[in-house]
Design a binder for this molecule. Structure first.
Ligand SMILES: [Zn+2]
Length: 444
C-alpha cells in the first residue's frame, strides 16, 4: 500500500514495505461496505454518536457505512447534507457515505443534494411514526403519486433510491387488528405488519419503476412473498434488494424470547421466510446483506417494554454482520466468495464506488482480515456499540469466523482493539459526482 491505495500485489517476500502485517492463515478481503446504517447524529447522542458507532463498525470489519437520513431535522436539503458531512468528517473512524431524503421533490433541491455527493436517496412508503414528523419530513411518502414522483426525481440524478417498502393502507389495517390483541404478545407485531404489507408495496414500486426507470433498491426484504415478487419482476427495470442478518439468522421465536429489544420494522418472520431469503441470496434475487444498524437506548426500549406497537424499532448489527456471514460460509450455506460479494463488491458496483470492493493496484486500501476458523461470541461485554445493552436478539450467539483486523485508507483501525482515530474516515462519494451533472438532463 502507498498512502490510502493498494500499490501492488506481489508474491510473498517480494518488494519492500515499511510495515508488515502477519496474516498467516487469514483471508484478506475488500473492506465490508454496509449500505444501511442509522447513527442519526448529531441528533440523539443518547443513542450513540458517530464516534461510538463507527468504532463499533470498525470492530465489525466494516470499512465504509452509508448513513440513512433519519435525524432531527430530517436530512432533506443540500445544506443539511453538508452539515452532516462536516459532523461525520470530524468524528468517523471509518469511511461514510450519506443518503438524503428527496424532500420537496423539486428538481433544484434534488439536484443540489446529488451535487453534494450523496450516495443515494431514501424514502419510506409508510407515514411518519407518531410524534416523529420532523425526522421523516420529505422522507415518508405514503401517497403512491408521490412515490412515483420520487422515483422519477431520483432517476434524473442517476443515483439509486432506497425504499423502505410497506403498504401504508395494509399497515393501517394490520395495526387496527393488532390493537385487539395483548400488545406485549410478540405475535401482535406480525399481525400489525404482515408479509403481504411488504410484498404489495414492493410490487407497486417495481411496477412504477418500469416507467420511472430509477436505480431502485428495496431495503431489508423479510419474506418469501416478497422474494416471489422480486423474481416475478426480474428484468423489468433496474432494481436491487437487500436483507439483514436478523432475517437470515433469527426467526420470530427468537424475537419472542428477546421481547421488544428485538422489535424491528419490518418484523423478523418464520423459518420458511428465512429459507426463502437464503435461496434468494443463492440465486442472485437479493444482492446485498446489510446491518440496518439502529441503536436505541435501554431506557427507550424499556419505556415501551409492554407494547410491540409502541416500542422503537431497530437493533444494533454492526458487529454481527461479518461474523454471521462468515459462519454461514463455514457451515456451507453459502460460498465465502459469494458471501463477501454480498457485503462488499456488489455494493461498490451498485453505488458506483469504483475504487472500492476489490483488491487491485490503484483501489482504495480498505481491507478486512478475517480468520474463518476462529469464533466470535456476542455478549454485551464484547460489543463496542453504544447499543450493546439492547442487543438481546444476539446475546450468546457464537459464530465461526472472526474479524482480525480492519484497515481504512491504508491504516489499521481495528486489530482486536479499536486503534483508529476520529476523523480518519473519508466522505465517500459515487463516481457520478466527479463529473458535472448534466443540467439539461436534470431539467428534462
Ligand atoms: Zn433502516
Amino acid at each position: 500500500m502507498t498512502g490510502d491505495r493498494i500499490a501492488a500485489l506481489l508474491p510473498r517476500g517480494a518488494g519492500h514495505a515499511d510495515q508488515i502485517i502477519d496474516a498467516t492463515g487469514q483471508h484478506l478481503l475488500p473492506g465490508a461496505i454496509d449500505i444501511h446504517f442509522h447513527i442519526r447524529a448529531p441528533a440523539y447522542p443518547d443513542r450513540g454518536t458517530v464516534e461510538t458507532e463507527t468504532r463499533a463498525a470498525a470492530a465489525g470489519g466494516i470499512t465504509t457505512l452509508f448513513e440513512m437520513p433519519i435525524t432531527k431535522p430530517c436530512c432533506n436539503t443540500a445544506d443539511r447534507v453538508n452539515f452532516r458531512r462536516e459532523h461525520f468528517q470530524q468524528h468517523a473512524f471509518i469511511n461514510f457515505g450519506l443518503y438524503a431524503a428527496p424532500g420537496d421533490l423539486g428538481d433544484q433541491s434534488v439536484a443540489s443534494m446529488a451535487a453534494a455527493g450523496i450516495v443515494g436517496f431514501k424514502i419510506f412508503t409508510t407515514p411518519a411514526p407518531e410524534g416523529r414528523n420532523d425526522e421523516f419530513e420529505g422522507l415518508s411518502f405514503p401517497d403512491e403519486a408521490d412515490q412515483l414522483q420520487a422515483l422519477k426525481a431520483a432517476a434524473r440524478t442517476g443515483l439509486p433510491i432506497v425504499v423502505h417498502a410497506e403498504s401504508a393502507q395494509l399497515l393501517a389495517i394490520g395495526e387496527r387488528a393488532a390493537l385487539q390483541m395483548d400488545l406485549a404478545d410478540p405475535d401482535s407485531h406480525l399481525v400489525a405488519r404482515p408479509a403481504i404489507c411488504e410484498a404489495v408495496a414492493v410490487a407497486k414500486l417495481l411496477a412504477m419503476n418500469i416507467e420511472a426507470r430509477a436505480k431502485l433498491h428495496i431495503a431489508h426484504v423479510t419474506s418469501a412473498l416478497t422474494v416471489a415478487v422480486l423474481r416475478h419482476f426480474a428484468g423489468t427495470s433496474d432494481f436491487s434488494a437487500e436483507t439483514c442478518p436478523h432475517y437470515l439468522f433469527r426467526t420470530h421465536q427468537d424475537v419472542a424470547r428477546a421481547g421488544v429489544f428485538a422489535k424491528i420494522n419490518p418484523p423478523v418472520r418464520t423459518q420458511a421466510d428465512q429459507d426463502a431469503l437464503w435461496s434468494a441470496l443463492a440465486d442472485g434475487t437479493i444482492q446485498h446483506v446489510t446491518t440496518d444498524h439502529a441503536a436505541f437506548s435501554h431506557a427507550e426500549k424499556m419505556a415501551s417494554a409492554h407494547s410491540f406497537l409502541e416500542a422503537p424499532p431497530g437493533t444494533p448489527g454492526s458487529e454481527v454482520l461479518v461474523p454471521a456471514m462468515l459462519d454461514a460460509a463455514a457451515k456451507g450455506r453459502i460460498g465465502l466468495e459469494r458471501a463477501w460479494a454480498l457485503l462488499s463488491g456488489n455494493a461498490a458496483q451498485r453505488f458506483q464506488l469504483s475504487d472500492k470492493g476489490r483488491i487491485e493496484p490503484g483501489a482504495d486500501a480498505d481491507l478486512t482480515l478475517v480468520d474463518t476458523a476462529q469464533t466470535t461470541t456476542i455478549t454485551a461485554e464484547t460489543l463496542h456499540s453504544f447499543a450493546r445493552d439492547v442487543a438481546h436478539l444476539y446475546y450468546g450467539a457464537q459464530f465461526t469466523g472472526r474479524v482480525m483486523r480492519t484497515l481504512v485508507a491504508g491504516r489499521t483501525v481495528f486489530d482486536g482493539n479499536v486503534v483508529g482515530e476520529p476523523g480518519w474516515g473519508k466522505y465517500t462519494k459515487p463516481l457520478l459526482n466527479s463529473a458535472p451533472i448534466n443540467a439539461a438532463k436534470l431539467s428534462a
